[in-house]
Write a protein that binds this ligand. Sequence first.
Ligand code: SF4
Ligand code: SF4
Length: 234
Amino acid sequence: MIEELRNYVKDLGVDLFGVADLTAAHNFILAQGGEHIARFPRAISMGMRLLDPVVDELYRHEEPSALYSYRGLYDSVNANLDRAALLIAKRIQEAGFKAYPIPASQTVNPRKLEGAISHKLAANLAGLGWIGRSCLLITPEYGPRVRLATALTDAPLETGEQLTGGCEDCRECVDICPPKAFTGAPFNPSEPRDVRFRAHLCRDYTQRRANLLGEGICGLCVYVCPHGPTRKGN
Ligand code: SF4
Ligand code: SF4
């Protein structure tokens, strides 16, 4: 079944696919999303690659044309991922199991700026990448230049291995972030996200930019990471 699902979403434009065993993160997932999310033992993680020529333009950080292009890409990739999560969930349901799609960009806790589940955690547990100082998933193939969606399930799918890796002594995302939202602390699954990322600083910064430029999206932390395909070797 897993190969059939992998091929099915590949045809929908999904570039990265893996299945996570959520057992080890159960308490964390329960605290973030509640019982209706934590009841699922596995998660299908799907990643769609962003387009490098659009991400590479983000160095023109104050120019609305670059920001609108990135916004268009971001929204259309999210929409395609949401469709893939919906359709794979329908496939799983048709096969007699439960599945629950989680959209690519969704905030269910406005105070903590969190979704129902961390897509990055699911992707990390599925072996698609590690979590960097930017709190983004860093994939071996595309660095952080991916968007993610998740389908929770009770289908007995074979799971991947958590990927560990690291930023080593790199601090490029920490240094480039205009409101200094990253503390520079490396990812540690036993610590809350606030130890690494002050999400409200990113939100306030992008809202100020929206008032000033008409589009507030930033993405410098996605652009700058040396694991991005066009940044390798810089
Ligand atoms: S999107 Fe921009 S402001 Fe937000 S964390 Fe990344 S670099 Fe910082
Ligand atoms: S820019 Fe450097 S520190 Fe930040 S996530 Fe990428 S490798 Fe890690």
